[in-house]
Design a protein around this ligand. Structure first.
Ligand code: TPP
Ligand code: MG
Length: 347
């Protein structure tokens, strides 16, 4: 369950707790990757927590998300547990995907997380396809794609916008504009200021939101979700945000200055600013905040112990869970098409 009633003090506190956990998770990954404990490649999203938590906190049980290569915050916000998520990054058997996926392939169908996507832009058609399922089955859930600003330059993202708009699918697209696509600066890649303006090409609403403000993101996604459920089709939301770490761990970042990073950290941090707001509103105390930080850190200490102690994924089982034989619904659909549209098989 990921829904957060952000209009209540409890919901706001939960939002803060989730953001702190997402931050603590990635700080841990950063440290353990630097120590050589985590194999492969990791992309961190410290600084972007309000987008993840505001978005997933506006979704209800049964809703699906699709994610990108920068998926840890989205996963935590959607309800995945940090211990199994971290074990997945360690390539361990009790990991989220039995240690076979790693950071960029995490999925958890029980939590409505359809998967991180290392192919830039692939989160869009996957969510669009889920939207077809929802519409076809007259379901009462929606799907939501997280998309990077760089991904918006990919053809498949536009095909997804177009089809979702034309067919009125119950999909929400959240563009996380963190100003960079690998080492490419936003205005070297796009000729417009607001990517949400692209929505005009598809005849759907485009919304720009401050991605450092968890309440603003929650509100924008809640409205878009409602539209989607009321058969009004997709919304394209652009959340303006910033990543503190490099594109990947180890990135030397010649494309931006330390001062720029510090400025965002000091002035626009989504966690510090939200905590300060809650303190000023009398909903939280300084010591209460410290306790929440300690709780998040303690959860991560447990998760780290779990991941370290867990068994390695078994190489002999590498090909298990990779392909499905068939999905009954697809077989039924094929049979129905063959009956109702006999010419189908000719193509
Ligand atoms: C189709 C495809 N092209 C290129 C890459 C290499 N690549 C990985 S991440 C990335 C940048 C993505 O930028 P953005 O969408 O803004 O996401 P961010 O990294 O900022 O979260 C690129 C070009 C890829 N993985 N897939
Ligand atoms: Mg980006």
């Amino acid at each position: 369950m990921t829904f957060l009633n952000i209009d209540s003090p409890e919901g706001r506190q939960e939002a803060l707790e989730k953001m702190l956990l997402a931050r603590a998770f990635e700080d841990t990954v950063q440290d353990q990757f630097a120590d050589g404990e985590i194999p492969g490649f990791v992309h961190l999203s410290q600084g972007q927590e309000a987008v993840a938590v505001g978005t997933c906190g506006a979704l209800r049980e049964g809703d699906y998300i699709t994610s990108t290569h920068r998926a840890h915050g989205h996963s935590i916000a959607k309800g995945l547990e940090p211990d199994r998520l971290l074990a997945e990054l360690y390539g361990k058997e009790p990991g989220q995907c039995r240690g076979k996926g790693g950071s960029m392939h995490v999925a958890d169908l029980d939590q409505g997380m359809l998967g991180a996507q290392p192919i830039v832009g692939a989160s869009a058609p996957l969510a669009m396809g889920a939207g077809i399922t929802a519409q076809y089955g007259n379901e009462d859930w929606i799907s939501l794609a997280f998309i990077g600003d760089g991904a918006v330059a990919e053809g498949q993202v536009h095909e997804s916008f177009n089809l979702a708009a034309t067919w009125g699918l119950p999909v929400v697209f959240v563009i996380e504009n963190n100003l960079y696509s690998e080492g490419m600066v936003f205005d070297e890649q796009h000729n417009i200021e607001d990517l949400a303006d692209m929505s005009a090409s598809y005849g759907v609403p485009g919304v720009v939101v401050d991605g450092q403000d968890v309440e603003a993101v929650h509100e924008a996604v809640s409205e878009a979700r409602q539209r989607a459920l009321e058969d009004e089709g997709p919304t394209i939301i652009e959340a303006k945000t910033y990543r503190y770490r490099g594109h990947f761990e180890g990135d030397q970042q010649p494309y931006r200055s330390d001062e720029e990073i510090e400025e965002w950290r000091d002035e626009r941090d989504p966690i510090s600013n939200f905590a300060r707001k809650l303190i000023e509103a009398g909903e939280l105390t300084e010591s209460g905040l410290e306790e929440l930080r300690e709780t998040a850190e303690a959860k991560m200490a447990d998760a780290l112990e779990f991941a370290r102690k867990a068994d390695e994924a078994d190489a002999d089982e590498a090909y298990e869970d990779v392909f499905v034989e068939t999905v009954p619904e697809i077989e039924q659909h094929r049979e129905r098409l063959a009956r109702e549209q006999p010419h189908w098989g000719e193509y």
